[in-house]
Design a protein around this ligand. Structure first.
Ligand code: OAD
Length: 279
């Protein structure tokens, strides 16, 4: 891992003086919580690649196998906790309404971190379910299900019994087969969430990109939208990615050692809450 000297200070200065920030995260931020990344060595399961199981075609062909894989992932994720990078971001969002977060992760760890950060403020804060309203889960949530027939979504944390088709989870309204409420390969992202994310990207002075290989679209293009509209890109990743060469600052380090070190600890002075300098 090598980054140029002074990159951390540059990143810290850029973030401290930014009017509005969009953070884009990927599997790398949760890797140190124990959640396997998609494209790392631990991405394979019984010789299947995620691209072979996370598709509507795979679900039609063998819903039991797909649920077995998701059951295993859900079980593994339920043992994981947010790390200091998730927590630093959650606390920053709590301090500063000009910080938005778009994640490609379906593990729910950003939402867990936001709940932890909000705990001391809980009495004055009525909305407990959607932390800040500024967390955009681009690819859905693994602990939510959607009915494959009627489309109703619900929180779903119960263990999955994928021993046969008959034991798979069913919709409480129409008895249709439930599926994980995640975006599969070949499917479109929720247009409302996507529209919000691109708006944040356009308005952001800085896009802070943490732990993503930046190869999956449209998520990866959020960073380039910020750059193309006059903002900066800061990347934190132990490896180079397609964004590295266009990033204003690229730091070769892990999320847990770098994110808490660069996020501002106080809201920028002289800027009223809710304002943005680029729009
Ligand atoms: P990937 O698995 O493609 O990439 C993980 C990135 O995290 C890599 O660039 C690693 O170098 C980096 N990384 C690993 N450890 C890290 C650490 N400790 N700190 C910081 N970075 C670290 O995961 P994503 O980019 O999130 O989509 O993948 C994007 C999407 O592709 C996923 O959301 C999923 C997948 O297919 C869908 O399921 C639709």
């Amino acid at each position: 891992m090598t980054s140029r000297p002074g990159e951390r200070e540059r990143a810290r200065d850029l973030l401290a003086s930014a009017g509005r920030v969009l953070i884009l995260t990927g599997a790398g931020i949760s890797a140190e919580s124990g959640v396997p990344t998609f494209r790392g060595a631990s991405g394979l399961w019984r010789n299947f690649r995620p691209e072979e199981l996370a598709t509507p075609e795979a679900f039609v062909r063998d819903a039991r196998l797909v649920w077995e894989w998701y059951g295993m992932r859900r079980e593994a994720i339920s043992r994981c906790e947010p790390n200091v990078a998730h927590l630093a971001i959650a606390e920053w969002q709590l301090r500063d309404t000009n910080v938005g977060l778009a994640t490609q992760n379906v593990d729910g760890l950003h939402a867990d971190a936001a709940r932890t950060a909000r705990r001391p403020h809980a009495a004055s804060d009525a909305d407990g379910s959607e932390p800040h309203g500024r967390l955009l889960e681009l690819h859905g949530a693994i602990f939510r299900s959607m009915c494959a027939s009627c489309g109703i979504r619900s929180d779903h944390r119960e263990p999955i019994d994928a021993s046969s088709l008959a034991t798979l989870p069913r919709c409480s309204s129409c008895a249709g087969l439930l599926r994980p409420d995640v975006v599969w390969f070949g499917e479109s992202l929720d247009p409302i969430i996507l529209e919000r994310a691109f708006r944040w990207a356009e308005e952001a002075d800085v896009c802070l990109v943490v732990g993503t290989s930046a190869v999956v679209q449209p998520a990866a293009s959020l960073a380039t939208v910020t750059r193309d509209t006059g903002g900066a890109i800061i990347e934190v990743n132990p490896e180079r990615t397609p964004l590295t060469s266009v990033a204003t600052v690229s730091i070769r380090d892990t999320a847990t050692s770098m994110v808490p070190a660069i996020v501002p600890t106080l809201p920028p002075s002289g800027r009223p809450p809710g304002s943005a300098s680029k729009i």
